[in-house]
Design a protein around this ligand. Sequence first.
Ligand code: FAD
Length: 433
Amino acid sequence: MEKKVNVIGAGLAGSEAALFLANHGVKVRLYEMKPKKLSPAHKMNSFAELVCSNSLKSTDPLTASGLLKAEMKALGSSLLSLAEECSVPSGSALSVDRELFSQRVTERIRLNENIEVVNEEYAKIDESQPTIIASGPLTSDALFNELKRYIGDDSCFFYDAVAPIVTLESIDMSKAFWGNRYSKGSSEGDYLNAPMNKEEYLNFYSELISAETAKLKEFEKLSVFEGCMPIEVMAKRGVDGLRFGPLKPVGLEHNGEKFYAVVQLRKENAEGSLLNLVGFQTNLTFGEQKRVFGLIPALKNAEFVRYGVMHRNSYINAPKALTACSQLKEHPNIFIAGQLSGVEGYVESMASGLYSAINMLKLLEGKELTPLSPKTCLGAIYHYITNASAENFQPMNANYGIIECDKNFRDKKEKKQYLLNVSNLEIEKFICK
Ligand SMILES: Cc1cc2nc3c(=O)[nH]c(=O)nc-3n(C[C@H](O)[C@H](O)[C@H](O)COP(=O)(O)OP(=O)(O)OC[C@H]3O[C@@H](n4cnc5c(N)ncnc54)[C@H](O)[C@@H]3O)c2cc1C
């Protein structure tokens, strides 16, 4: 019998998913609302549009993004090879000519006889048809409301502000301590506290209020300031504002010592290898976040696995609603891919489209669906987004903090080489299943 799948959205995830399935003999109906309707960030009429920067990050397999790319290549990514064809020089990073890349992906899709493009806004989920929804962070309101109706209001998020995340191993522990305010909570301490004396605080403060912020697009301005206030905006209200807010030092003594201000970091994953800077929602540019937040003594050499961002982003509550094979738990014919599923970033979205398509193909062939190992970068992203806390879930990108490693290493490079070797083996096993 002919295999048929609906793919919703011809962005990065949807284009990758459609091409993978079509190249494996599946008839794909690809719904894309462009050019009739454009989201506030999309400008081109063509597919796979990179809405902002043209960088797809590093190709070095000893970086998390490079490792993810190596896995995608092994799994048969079309978009990655098209990106390489459209690359512009940028050292060890892969950057593309955005228009050329979008054109090439569009041509590849249009020329594929297994893909029928439907230029319509998709707004009614039909569970009887196997479907991959990849309508992105700016999913149309009609479809987002339909999703809410389908999986519940509390399973759909729409965030404006995210605080940065750093790795535990990059924190200077001689300048930080575990503990809870007034010693409430677990005995070992739920928060890692990064204290400052008066001089350090005033220096941090003056750099924070004069730091460069990223420009906000018109459509983002309204909602951003209603709910979560960026730390730099709060700071501008007065020099002591933060010391009565997120940097409050009261109840946080250590070995009898009191502090002028204390930044608190909360565990972002169960292992505690990633930490969220509590209350540090920000619109500073990425470079400024590293520079200014690096003035907090314990964070001098902090490795940022995700910077704070402020923009509209619709995504589902993956820990609640999604399986590690990217299916809706309650609706196994419906897969969610790309940024909407809770992954973060261009390459992660493509990878998620590919992974969903591979799993969809298995479903159509009546094969058992088994998740990719969390010892791979892609498997780790899925392990993370489906096991994180459902209460305050936020999307995740490729980083070493989430990849499972069964050995201890002193040398970071040795660890990365080991993880690359393990990933190769695990991807091979996954392909053979
Ligand atoms: C403003 C902004 C800037 C970003 N900048 C970066 C960056 O610089 N680097 C980075 O790595 N990541 C960035 N991201 C995050 C993310 O990587 C991108 O949004 C990425 O394009 C997500 O891929 P996707 O396939 O999930 O969605 P998209 O690429 O957005 O594709 C979704 C597609 O679905 C279509 N669609 C939506 N609703 C419907 C519907 N109901 N019916 C039919 N079609 C529909 C849209 O028109 C679109 O073509 C940014 C996100 C935003 C919002």
